[in-house]
Design a protein around this ligand. Structure first.
Ligand code: URP
Ligand code: ZN
Ligand code: ZN
Length: 472
């Protein structure tokens, strides 16, 4: 049966208007002033915004890391994402030196199959770029639909790739139509600073931040931008945490380099002092890059507002405080890096961004959904409300106030990094391809209902096809 969403205010990255939305067979078939109710299930969105479902371009579900495995898997992680108004995630598929890319992709399919409650795609990590990997890449991009490649410039002796690998990846991506993503921190310098701190007896969580100063992030960001220019390629910098890195991106963009930047909620609202919490509580706030001095938040908000940063990812990488984060008691370098954010990404951006006047409502939709759809080959199927688009829709009450807490969240972890934070605005109902996943704040979805998304090549959204002579 078709569904009609009535009485809501539709918001896209460009427009805000009152309209009804008709959904048939999972897609939006009509948008209009007053659509007739005949033979339709009516969904009342009175007093609510109707947004395109959020797209989280940065998650690590069921991922081995730091001697353990992230707590949220594709079931709990996507369920929590849906509660928070996200209807698509793109997760990082880790790869291994000496093994085929295909074997890693198969592993990630096995992790997600029958589990995801919303649609999902993969980014592909590149740890080495040799003839075997080069030969496999076209298949990954064209047949598997994995059109973004991730290079870590940090995590020495684990994920880190060298500049030659990054450069070759940029060239391959340019030729094959993929977007290169970087974790931009200088891993060699960090390795030296970490070893020195530990040798000096500086083992508390705060030293995680002190051994990864903003300069190491800015240097790597600038280096990656320069290599992108040299390769005439395209780059997306994940989890930008500080002003210095955001400025490097702005500078590169002003030179015409095709570079994009993502930040995350934690960098917008939390700061370095959280790492100083007593009783090892600082470990809850160990991310790489680390939380920064508070003044950076203003610069990051300004960069989102002015378009110098374009997206917000959760960087969901959750570990329990008890039993996982405590692997680093007595040695901060052994604290698994990352935190649980997938559920609160959209709410925090709405509450802290729109409600506090830092960004507009349309910018909020662009940052949480539309821009990622465009950059990662999902637009216009995802990321907007338009005829023919998937009916991935969030009915969002902008007036509800709630307090974020591990008591009420749906992630599988034993703490919430934003515990006690008051936010205004909350998803009431969430639809994925026209089916309710969340209905009146209750989960009604099904593990396995989420589909793997084969994504279009980088830049596909920009192509204009003129079918006949242009007339004016
Ligand atoms: O601390 C973080 N960010 N953990 C997840 C892995 C990564 O670097 O994105
Ligand atoms: Zn990273
Ligand atoms: Zn990450």
């Amino acid at each position: 049966m078709k569904k009609i969403i009535k009485n809501g205010t539709v918001v896209t990255a460009t427009d805000t208007y009152r309209a009804d939305i008709c959904i048939e067979n999972g897609v939006i078939t009509q948008i209009g002033g007053k659509l007739p109710d005949v033979d339709a299930e009516i969904i009342d969105a009175k007093g609510c915004y109707v947004f395109p479902g959020g797209i989280d371009p940065h998650t690590h579900l069921d991922m081995p890391f730091g001697g353990t495995v992230t707590k949220d898997d594709f079931e709990s992680g996507t369920m929590a994402a849906a509660f928070g108004g996200t209807t698509t995630i793109i997760d990082f598929c880790l790869t291994t030196k000496g093994k085929t890319l295909k074997s890693s992709v198969d592993t990630w399919h096995a992790k997600s199959k029958d589990k995801a409650v919303i649609d999902y795609g993969f980014h592909l990590q590149i740890v080495e770029m040799n003839n075997e990997k080069l030969a496999e890449l076209p298949k990954m991009i064209e047949e598997e639909g994995i059109t973004s490649l991730k290079v870590f410039m940090a995590y020495k002796n684990q994920f880190q790739a060298d500049d030659e690998t990054l450069f070759k990846t940029l060239i391959a991506a340019r030729d094959l139509g993929a977007l290169v993503m970087v974790h931009a921190e200088n891993g060699d310098v960090i390795d030296y600073l970490v070893k020195k701190a530990i040798a000096d007896g500086n083992t508390d969580p705060i030293y995680h931040a002190l051994t990864r100063p903003p300069e190491v992030e800015a240097e790597a960001t600038g280096r990656a931008a320069t290599l992108t220019e040299l390769a005439n390629s395209q780059l997306y910098v994940v989890h930008v945490s500080c002003a210095e890195a955001a400025w490097k991106i702005a500078e590169a963009r002003s030179k015409g380099i095709d570079i994009w930047g993502e930040t995350c909620p934690q960098y917008l609202v939390l700061d370095q002092t959280y790492l100083e919490k007593p009783n090892f509580e600082g470990a809850k706030y160990v991310w790489s890059p680390p939380l920064r001095e508070k003044w950076n938040q203003t610069e990051l908000w300004n960069a989102l507002k002015t378009g110098q940063l374009q997206t917000i990812g959760s960087d969901q990488c959750s570990f329990d405080f008890v039993g996982q984060k405590d692997l680093g008691k007595g040695d901060f370098s052994k604290i698994p890096n990352g935190g649980p954010i997938i559920e609160d990404r959209v709410s925090i951006l709405f509450s802290e961004g729109v409600k506090k006047g830092r960004i507009s409502l349309n910018q909020f939709v662009d940052i949480t959904s539309t821009r990622s759809a465009k950059l990662f080959g999902l637009y216009p199927k995802k990321g907007t409300i338009a005829i023919g688009a998937d009916a991935d829709i969030v009915i969002f009450d902008p007036t509800v106030e709630r307090v974020i807490s591990a008591e009420s969240h749906h992630m599988a972890v034993d703490y919430n990094a934003f515990e006690g934070m008051k936010v205004t605005g909350e998803p009431v109902s969430v639809l994925s391809r026209g089916e309710f996943v969340i209905r009146e704040k209750q989960f009604v979805g099904k593990p396995g209902a989420g589909q793997f998304l084969k994504r279009a090549k980088y830049g596909a959204d920009k192509q204009t096809i003129h079918e006949g002579p242009l007339t004016v």
